[in-house]
Each structure stands twice: as structure tokens, then as C-alpha cells.
Design a protein around this ligand. Sequence first.
Ligand code: CO8
Length: 243
Amino acid sequence: VKFKSPPVNSLSLDFLTELSIGLEKLENNRGCRAVIFTSAIPKIFSAGLDITEMCGKSTEHYAEFWRAVQNIWLRLYGSNMVTVAAINGSSPAGSCLLALSCDYRIMADNPKFVIGLNESQLGIVAPFWFKDTFVNVVGHRIAERSLQLGSLHSAPEALQLGIVDELVPEEKLQDKAAAVVAQWLALPDHARQITKSMMRKSVLDRLLTHQEEDVQNFVGFISKESIQKSLRMYMEMLKKRKG
Ligand code: CO8
């Protein structure tokens, strides 16, 4: 699956809906046992959630958008397929969540590419299931520090912290991802799938049993004027940095 939504592969409602439909089709296709996620946009895996979907819209829109975000995570984190993120560019926030939800992460060995859950830099808070996913990959201490600081880690730092499993030169990323998939697919599917489910079920169930409450939390939080102001300032900062 190659993300291609210029300019920055931001995860808009349309993008998330299309990805969700695509993933459902692959999941139901018995001939498909693995997926590699990568980007068709140079230097950017994805810019994370589309901030414009969370700014100046109605509460109904925020709820619909958040359900789409929940949906993608539930599908990806709970997927029976082998999932590999071939991260060929920067991967902040919601994009990092996508990568963390895969079984294995390979990143292009470029110190200019960054990855992390930087929500607190935007004045917003990563929800509990973002946090749980992160903790399950890197452990409590690293997740706590990185989440509080909203750190975006360079590729070498991400490897050192265990956010990604390996770095390879960008031109070797696809071959490496294919080799990893072959290694994981060499095991009997049922044993791997049941093991994966055993490792992830409690975290998935936590959202499933609080899904509507989580939507209402998001809508209440994002609708606050102070949060809207933070997001507007962040968007302005992105534009200024560009100029
Ligand atoms: N959403 C919407 N628009 C974006 C986003 C985004 N996430 N990121 C960039 N853009 C826009 C820019 O504003 C710019 O627009 P314009 O051309 O109109 O000025 C355009 O895309 C290109 O951006 P850049 O010029 O910055 O492109 P660069 O190639 O220089 O940099 C980056 C690419 C590294 C991706 C950079 O754009 C960046 O850092 N973007 C912000 C990434 C970010 O912080 N994302 C966090 C989103 S929040 C999230 O994912 C989780 C939220 C969880 C919810 C919490 C509950 C409350």
C-alpha cells in the first residue's frame, strides 16, 4: 500500500476512509497474507492526522473524523495479516501511530527523517490507545518521556529507542521489507495470528469497550477554544517555517 495524497499524505477523512476500505478488502482476501505500507511522496511517510479536519469544523464532523481514526487503528492493530511499515520519510503523530501498529518497522537511514508522537507540541494530548500502542513497542519509561516532550526522533535515535526495528539505506527499503515479510510468512499463519492477538487483545478491547466515550472525549477536547487556538497557531507556524 503506497500512500499518495500530496502534498504531505495527511490523514484526512477521505484518506482514512479509502485506507479503511482498502484494508478491509485485503483482510477479507484469503490470498493476501501481508501488507507493506510505504509512501509515494519523497521525504514524507505521512504528516499524521490532517489538522484542518480538527480545526473550525462542526462537532458532528469531529465525531465522524475521530470514528474514522479509531477505525483505522482497530483494523490495523487487530489485523491478521503481517504488516510492515517501510518508513521512507518523516512520520509524526498519527502517522507514527500507523507505523507503531504494524508488526515491524523499517526506516530509511536518513537523520533528517523524524518519527514520534509529537501531539503535546501541538497542545493536544495523544489518547490512551495511542499511548498503549507506543508503550507496547518501546516500554513505559521511553514512552512516558517521549510523549510528555512530544519528541520527534531522528531515524538513528528512533532505532536506538526501539521505535523502529531497523534502518536501511532508502534504496534498499523495499527489498528489505519484502525479505521481512517472507521471514514472517514462513511461520504457520494460525500460530502467528493467535500469538499476535494474545499480545494485542487487551489494548484493542480497551478502546472497543470505551469507543463512544473516546469519541465524546475527543469532540469535547478539540472543540475548546483554547485547543482550537493552539492548532491554528501550529498551522501558522508550519506556514511561517515554509516562508
Ligand atoms: N495537516 C494538515 N496540513 C498539513 C499537515 C497536517 N498534519 N502537515 C503539513 N500540512 C500542510 C502545511 O500547512 C503546508 O500547507 P500550505 O502549502 O498550504 O502552506 C503543506 O502541508 C506542506 O507542508 P510543509 O511546507 O510543512 O512541508 P515540508 O515538506 O516542509 O514538511 C512535514 C513536511 C515534516 C510533514 C511538516 O509539514 C510537518 O511537520 N507537518 C506537521 C506534522 C504534525 O505535527 N502532525 C501532527 C498532526 S496531529 C495527529 O496526527 C494526532 C492527533 C491526535 C489527536 C489528539 C486528540 C486531541
